[in-house]
Design a protein around this ligand. Structure first.
Ligand SMILES: Cc1cc2nc3c(=O)[nH]c(=O)nc-3n(C[C@H](O)[C@H](O)[C@H](O)COP(=O)(O)OP(=O)(O)OC[C@H]3O[C@@H](n4cnc5c(N)ncnc54)[C@H](O)[C@@H]3O)c2cc1C
Ligand code: FES
Length: 276
């Protein structure tokens, strides 16, 4: 895996395409061959939405897809966005020919277990599914046993799931209103899959709302299955200087915890170390 010391961190890249999935979800394809070669699943980049002062702070995004040309050469990455405020609204308005300035790759990637027979269960909720297409693209060629459990409030929040078709993982979907997949929370799928393991080794990677990841962590803890969460903390600098992104982690000190900067210690963190 490349290290951030050796690689270029600042990129000025062109948008080559935009897709709309409706209900505020969109994808931007970026012409960024270097990033496509250097980014590992679970890492993120920090986007300066405009060259003007506003919005001042960069916005963190996962790489959604790893884009390759017809001969399999990496040509770029894409981002999956959900419009929540000014920054994401500006990104949603971009299209072919627009340019984006970004810092990355940042943070630690997901790390696969050595045992190739381990079942990798990815559990994502809504926009938290973003890191898992890149993950599947990266891990499927290694013939890993990959399963994606995708959850959302309704079909409206999961329109982008069609991008996961034929990606190389088994996919199960749950929606709270039952409009797509199994009715209920994604944790219902996780509990069933953990029961079905029957002794097969497994590891869980999760990303999504804090309450969902907390529930995933508790279920995995009870089942004795290791789990890692990609935390989508609110961030400013993205590289360890502002203290804006901290999470409480267990520590053997007088307080029993310390604050960890998730942008540099994570964003992928061992769930058993986090204080939820
Ligand atoms: C490592 C990481 C990876 C991420 N990957 C993606 C991704 O792939 N796609 C995507 O759409 N979003 C992703 N996010 C969240 C994204 O960065 C925020 O939604 C974005 O910064 C909001 O910017 P804004 O200017 O649109 O909203 P703002 O005007 O800054 O905020 C609008 C609302 O969104 C809330 N908000 C702001 N930041 C976050 C956050 N990090 N998590 C949850 N709520 C937030 C604010 O509290 C506020 O209520 C990621 C966040 C992190 C930390
Ligand atoms: S975002 Fe600044 S320290 Fe993590």
């Amino acid at each position: 895996m490349p290290t951030t010391e050796r690689i270029k961190l600042l990129h000025d890249v062109a948008v080559t395409r935009r897709t709309d999935f409706g209900h505020g979800y969109f994808e931007l394809y970026l012409d960024a061959p270097e990033l496509a070669r250097e980014m590992s699943a679970g890492q993120f980049f920090n986007i300066r939405v405009r060259s003007e002062l506003f919005p001042l702070l960069r916005r963190p995004f996962s790489s959604f897809d790893l884009l390759k040309d017809a001969r399999g050469k990496p040509v770029g990455v894409s981002i999956l966005g959900h419009t929540v405020g000014q920054g994401t609204r500006m990104l949603a308005g971009m299209g072919e020919g627009d340019r984006i300035h970004l810092n990355g790759p940042l943070g630690h990637p997901f790390e696969l277990p050595e045992n190739p027979d381990t079942r990798i269960l990815m559990v994502g909720g809504g926009i938290g599914l973003a890191p898992f297409l890149h993950s599947i693209r990266q891990w499927a060629p290694e013939k890993r046993d990959l399963m994606l459990l995708a959850g959302g409030r309704s079909q409206r929040d999961l329109g982008f799931m069609k991008r996961f078709a034929n990606s190389g993982a088994n996919i199960l979907i749950a929606s709270e209103d039952g409009s797509v997949g199994v009715k209920g929370r994604v944790t219902v799928l996780l509990e069933a899959e953990l029961k079905a393991l029957k002794g097969k080794p497994a590891m869980v990677f999760t990303c999504g709302p804090w309450a969902m990841m907390d529930a995933v962590a508790q279920i995995c803890l009870q089942a004795g299955v290791p789990s890692y969460a990609s935390l989508e903390s609110i961030m400013a600098c993205g590289y360890g200087v502002c203290n804006g992104c901290v999470a409480k982690v267990k520590e053997d000190n007088e307080h029993g915890f310390r604050y960890a900067k998730t942008c540099v210690e994570g964003t992928v963190m061992d769930c058993s170390r986090l204080i939820w």
